[in-house]
Design a protein around this ligand. Structure first.
Ligand SMILES: *[C@@H]1O[C@H](CO)[C@@H](O)[C@H](O)[C@H]1NC(C)=O
Ligand SMILES: *[C@@H]1O[C@H](CO)[C@@H](O)[C@H](O)[C@H]1NC(C)=O
Ligand SMILES: *[C@@H]1O[C@H](CO)[C@@H](O)[C@H](O)[C@H]1NC(C)=O
Ligand SMILES: *[C@@H]1O[C@H](CO)[C@@H](O)[C@H](O)[C@H]1NC(C)=O
Ligand SMILES: *[C@@H]1O[C@H](CO)[C@@H](O)[C@H](O)[C@H]1NC(C)=O
Ligand SMILES: *[C@@H]1O[C@H](CO)[C@@H](O)[C@H](O)[C@H]1NC(C)=O
Ligand SMILES: *[C@@H]1O[C@H](CO)[C@@H](O)[C@H](O)[C@H]1NC(C)=O
Length: 405
């Protein structure tokens, strides 16, 4: 996916990746059990990945009809061919797939997009597209109907709903995919080139899902991380304008780029839940960049870091670069007439953010952006601290996250 004006971001990613390349080669050797996949060892993924790279025995190839080795022409038909539990890998060959993909199975499912350079999400060759938004279309009664990819055990668990706790899901609703991973895939909701209403690329509910070198392109509500959902993103690109990271669950973004395509709402719009245990539901952006999608966007000082979908909102930008698009005060209230902000309950926070978008004087004057001390940041300082086991405050639910290079 070529994104205009990507140069700065690309250089930045390239330098992050430079130090990691040796590690990639080693990881690939490990995955292949020492079998060399050829001169592009560790960088490229293609149809031969099923033979040489996949970590699961069951591996299928999705691609344009007629291409050699192709078993399915849509990702969804390949997903539906699988049973519920057997660990499986799908290799998706280069191309544009116009389809909605729903993953309801519980077993591990690993998707790999064909690429010449698995370290660079800007070079992805697989685009999964859908075109829908949930405003003014009476058939799309919930945001989930617009999503390109949904990972949830059933429709109920995927619905957003409204009110303080969203769609009511029965207490015994089962958990869905325990270990979903996608590598080098772009998900695009192409309904409009501006925010016109919720237009999701990803919806997760009751699932663990992780994404590596993936792209998510929309304008409004790009990524939804729903109830009892754990989502981890590393080396990804997420583009949006309005409330583009939203949800109820727990999301961690590592070494990723959040691209501002304009400003509306905030980057994050989280809804917390009152629980009897100490939860860490929220969105955590770590060692990443928040910056305009291209240099022709005149949005200096205009984009809010986030706003509270309800008063239990929790989001933390940490060790993250902010370009000058960011509003000097940082976060905002939901709206003037409906602020949804509470001093004690709302955590709209930053820890060691830097760059032209960080103005400490204005943050303090604004009075709602919390600049965390080391001690205050500690509970949110790593994936293992924020991803907790269900219905408990027991940390360390990270077995579904892939090891870093
Ligand atoms: C809703 O679905 C019906 C039946 O498929 C269709 O005729 C109608 O045009 C749809 N409405 C909108 C607003 O797209
Ligand atoms: C995927 O799920 C959405 C929302 O539940 C639904 O509208 C759509 O028809 C589903 N698509 C497939 C291929 O199952
Ligand atoms: C979906 O939710 C509704 C309302 O809570 C409930 O009546 C229905 O039984 C649920 N369906 C499933 C399959 O859980
Ligand atoms: C910059 O990004 C905006 C928002 O996506 C887009 O509408 C515009 O065409 C882009 N401009 C250039 C020069 O790429
Ligand atoms: C959560 O609990 C707090 C304190 O008990 C209460 O003030 C607040 O209104 C509750 N928030 C929601 C969204 O239910
Ligand atoms: C930071 O914000 C303060 C207060 O709003 C303002 O006076 C100052 O000019 C800002 N500094 C920069 C470098 O933009
Ligand atoms: C996924 O998360 C669930 C619920 O949070 C947890 O019980 C499960 O162990 C996780 N799966 C893996 C593979 O770690």
């Amino acid at each position: 996916m070529k994104v205009s004006g990507f140069a700065t971001t690309h250089q930045q990613l390239a330098s992050w990746f430079a130090g990691a390349l040796l590690g990639v080669a080693v990881a690939a050797l490990h995955e292949t059990g020492g079998v060399s996949a050829g001169g592009t060892l560790g960088r490229a993924i293609d149809a031969s990945f099923c033979k040489h790279g996949a970590s699961t025995k069951l591996c299928k190839v999705v691609g344009p009809s007629g291409s050699s080795g192709v078993q399915f022409t849509t990702i969804q038909s390949a997903v539906e061919s699988l049973d519920d539990a057997t660990p499986a890998t799908l290799v998706v060959l280069a191309g544009t797939y116009h389809e909605q993909v729903n993953v309801t199975r519980t077993g591990p499912l690993y998707l790999y997009g064909e690429t010449r350079d698995r370290t660079d999400p800007a070079s992805n060759l697989v685009q999964v597209t859908w075109s829908a938004h949930a405003q003014g279309d009476s058939n799309l009664t919930d945001n989930v109907y617009t999503s390109v990819l949904t990972v949830a055990p059933n429709l109920n668990a995927s619905l957003t709903g409204s009110g303080p706790t969203g769609y009511p899901v029965l207490a015994d609703n089962p958990f869905g995919c325990r270990d979903f991973r996608a590598h080098n895939l772009d998900f695009l909701n192409t309904v409009a080139e501006t925010a016109v209403g919720p237009a999701l690329t990803l919806n997760t509910g009751y699932a663990n899902a992780s994404f590596y070198q993936c792209g998510f392109y929309s304008y409004q509500d790009t990524i939804y991380v729903g109830k009892l959902s754990n989502a981890y993103f590393r080396d990804c690109i997420v583009a949006g304008e309005t409330d583009f990271l939203y949800g109820f669950g727990t999301a961690w973004f590592e070494r990723s780029v959040l691209q501002l395509r304009s400003c509306g709402g905030g980057v994050t719009a989280w809804k917390g839940t009152n629980t009897t245990f100490t939860n860490a539901y929220g969105v955590y952006v770590h060692q990443s960049r928040v910056e305009r999608a291209n240099s022709s966007l005149a949005i200096e000082d205009k984009c809010a870091l986030g706003r509270p979908w309800n008063s239990l909102h929790r989001s933390v930008f940490a060790d993250t670069y902010l370009d000058d698009s960011i509003l000097p005060a940082g976060y905002i209230k939901w709206s003037t007439s409906d602020p949804r902000y509470s001093d004690e309950l709302t955590t709209m926070a930053e820890y060691r953010t830097y760059g032209p978008g960080f103005n400490e004087t204005a943050r303090v004057a604004g009075g709602i952006d919390k600049l965390l001390t080391d001690e205050e940041y500690l509970p949110y300082s790593s994936p293992s601290r924020v991803f907790k086991f269900p219905f408990s405050d027991v940390e360390g639910n990270t077995a579904w996250i892939e090891e870093d290079w």
